[in-house]
Design a protein around this ligand. Structure first.
Ligand SMILES: Nc1ncnc2c1ncn2[C@@H]1O[C@H](COP(=O)(O)OP(=O)(O)OP(=O)(O)O)[C@@H](O)[C@H]1O
Length: 661
């Protein structure tokens, strides 16, 4: 039984509709241990025949039988296996991969065997030693002579221990000394029991073999056996082939990335700029949001909520409740809280305190002949954060806490603190029981001075019951006009607020509720919107990044066309080629993300340092989810960018790819 049999092989090339028949019915049988030379005139179809035998060409008619089993050239997987495990190719132009070292070139083939990592390295070294190249393992092909390159190619062809070695003019580019050496090696390969088929123009080369086949006009003209085939070597254990390991694709992609370091660094920087901008704007959004939260929480207890009367009777959203505050300023008479309303709120579950409060009209303070007018005097409730009180205490009994601005107006910038403990005269404009204007006058002791906040403005506060009795004495209305409710915990603020919003008196929603969170939400929604818009604008630059990677990958495919042909000839599948380019693109994406994170980290540190002095807050806050998002986005865009180029690479015809310059 022959190792390889060709039966009635026909092959034509078509230029348009014009058929040119190159192989016209080839019938040949080959056995292990043969060293066959194929001679023939130029253009006679020798390379075409080799490509068919090598499993690279699938467009022919006729049959190829390996150990009597038909190779179905329609089945891609079967041909991939055949090239990987059965065929070793040696070319006239060596076809080494330029960006890999001598050792790595041999390992490419070994990566498709079941040997372990250390066994693969050991075998590559042994093979290179056998061809006399142990000194040159770390060199790149362009650092070798022609003879040395051909010996690397021979070592690579032998690496996966194939049964058939195809050599297309293996000595065509070599001087006579190197020719002799290569022929000796090929002969030795045949002596080891392998089938060596060499295409040559040289009768001298042909004379070294055991058999000479003449191809003339697409047919076998003569087939001469010079001697017996060498004995089959049954001792050696066959190395098993397997599909390329994914890790090998990633390693190879990484090596190529490093090989083109300068060009790829620029692409990485370009891509990173877009991702950096997205990161920075998201971080700025986070920072501004938490700055506002911090400011609001320093002014008001986040567990507190303000409950107001709801004259409209419809359930109000947070924004509508805030709008009704404006109505309150125009006509406070609609907003008095009845005893019925107060007792309903008192019964609400999940609260720690329910305090009625006053929010009154304009007022004036005077001390020692100095006056200060303002608006919005209030009763103190637990909603006020202690941080608002800058000096002294909250008001108790007939006391008042006034804002720093007013204290300064009354006593000057240097002395204003000494107002604490002194009596000031207060005149508050409010409504009488008939809703006509009335003035409430009192002398009150200053208990403390409140600070102002960028969010909260100025506050002047009185104790609720003291204010109530002042109003009563002056014949003014004494009903409270808001209720301050504290929830038991931050978690149930919204639950309590909703509960109150839903409470009805006479079938109507009786209350409007504003929580600190609601106010924050409104502000944060705008900040988030703004930062998302900015990040999205920055995201547009990612489109440029995608295009940049696409162009790079197309260039990489064009540059590596020959390599793709070599890899396919070595037995890599379309899928492996696709993975090679996708891996390279993913690495560009990954390094871009890392680089973007690095610059974002540096820039945010600089910005935070510069702005901290002003606002005592880190205004750029890049969090873990931003980091994860940035990495995922870069991987995603690099994956998208790789799709078309990788597809193109995997679909290249291996024969055409091999003939690329
Ligand atoms: N892709 C192709 N499309 C059209 N014609 C082709 C193609 N490849 C080869 N041919 C033609 O087929 C014929 C055989 O080519 P092939 O390369 O097999 O010859 P060869 O015997 O190897 O020649 P040489 O010894 O010069 O390398 C030539 O006439 C060539 O022009």
């Amino acid at each position: 039984m022959s190792l390889l049999k060709l039966s009635n092989v026909h092959k034509s090339y078509f230029l348009g509709k014009e058929e040119s028949k190159v192989l016209k019915g080839i019938n040949l049988e080959f056995n292990s241990g043969e060293f066959v030379s194929i001679l023939g005139e130029s253009g006679g179809g020798k390379s075409t025949l080799m490509n068919i035998i090598g499993g690279l060409d699938r467009e022919f008619s006729g049959e190829l039988l390996l150990n009597n089993e038909k190779l179905d050239h329609k089945k891609e997987k079967q041909l991939d296996n055949y090239r990987r495990g059965t065929i070793g190719y040696i070319y006239q132009s060596y076809n080494l991969i330029t960006h890999l070292t001598v050792l790595e070139n041999v390992l490419v083939s070994l990566d498709m065997t079941s040997l372990s990592h250390s066994e693969r390295i050991q075998r590559a070294k042994e093979l290179l030693e056998q061809v006399g190249l142990s000194e040159h393992l770390k060199k790149h092909p362009n650092q070798l002579s022609g003879g040395q390159k051909q010996r690397v190619a021979i070592a690579r062809a032998l690496a996966s221990d194939p049964e058939i070695i195809l050599a297309d003019e293996p000595t065509g580019a070599l001087d006579s000394k190197n020719t002799q050496e290569v022929l000796t090696i090929l002969k030795k390969i045949a002596k080891d029991g392998k089938l060596v088929i060499a295409v040559t123009h040289s009768q001298e080369v042909a004379n070294h073999g055991t058999r000479i086949i003449h191809l003339v006009d697409g047919k076998i003209d003569s087939d001469v056996h010079l001697g017996e085939p060498y004995a089959e070597n049954n001792n050696s254990q066959k190395i098993e082939s397997r599909p390329l390991r994914a890790g090998a694709s990633y390693r190879s992609a990484f090596k190529h990335l490093l090989y083109n370091f300068k060009q790829n660094s620029l692409i990485v920087i370009g891509t990173a700029i877009g991702i950096f901008a997205v990161l920075l704007f998201s971080g700025l959004g986070n920072g501004i949001n938490s700055y506002i939260q911090d400011q609001v929480n320093s002014l008001a207890n986040p567990r507190s909520m303000t409950v107001m009367s709801n004259p409209g009777g419809k359930k109000l959203s947070n924004t509508q409740a805030q709008q009704s505050m404006q109505e309150f300023n125009q006509d406070p008479t609609k907003f008095f809280i009845s005893d019925k309303q107060l007792s309903k709120i008192n019964k609400t579950k999940g609260t720690t305190s329910v305090e009625p409060g006053y929010q009154l009209g304009t007022y004036s303070l005077s001390y020692n002949g100095n006056n200060s007018n303002s608006s919005g005097i209030q009763s103190y409730t637990k909603a006020f954060a202690d941080s608002i009180l800058k000096n002294g205490n909250w008001p108790k009994g007939k006391q008042i806490a006034i804002s720093k601005e007013q204290a300064v107006a009354l006593l000057g910038n240097n002395n204003y603190r000494s107002l604490i403990g002194k009596n000031v005269s207060v005149v508050i404009n409010w409504l009488s029981s008939e809703n006509t204007p009335v003035q409430v006058k009192a002398d009150l002791k200053v208990s403390g001075i409140t600070g102002s906040s960028s969010v909260g403005g100025q506050v002047t506060l009185l104790n609720y019951s003291a204010l109530r009795s002042l109003l009563k004495d002056a014949g003014a209305r004494t009903e409270p006009n808001f209720i301050s409710v504290n929830a038991k915990s931050l978690d149930n603020v919204n639950k309590v607020a909703n509960n109150i919003r839903n409470q009805k008196i006479d079938g109507k929603n009786a209350f409007a509720v504003m929580t600190v969170g609601d106010i924050l939400n409104t502000v944060n929604t705008y900040v988030s919107l703004a930062s998302t818009v900015l990040a999205a604008i920055a995201g547009i630059s990612l489109i440029v990044s995608v295009l940049m990677i696409v162009v790079t990958m197309y260039m990489s495919v064009a540059e590596r066309t020959k390599e793709i042909g070599i890899l396919r000839a070595l037995g890599e599948r379309k899928k492996d080629i696709r993975r090679l380019f996708t891996a390279e693109s993913l690495m560009i994406g990954f390094f871009s993300a890392i680089f973007a994170l690095l610059i974002a980290w540096i820039v945010s540190a600089i910005l935070n340092h510069a702005i901290y002095g002003l606002i005592k807050f880190n205004i750029v806050q890049i969090n873990l989810s931003n980091v994860v998002f940035a990495i995922l986005v870069s991987l995603f865009i690099s994956l998208i960018a790789a799709l078309l180029p990788a597809r193109k690479a995997s679909r290249l015809n291996p024969i055409e790819a091999l003939s690329a310059e």
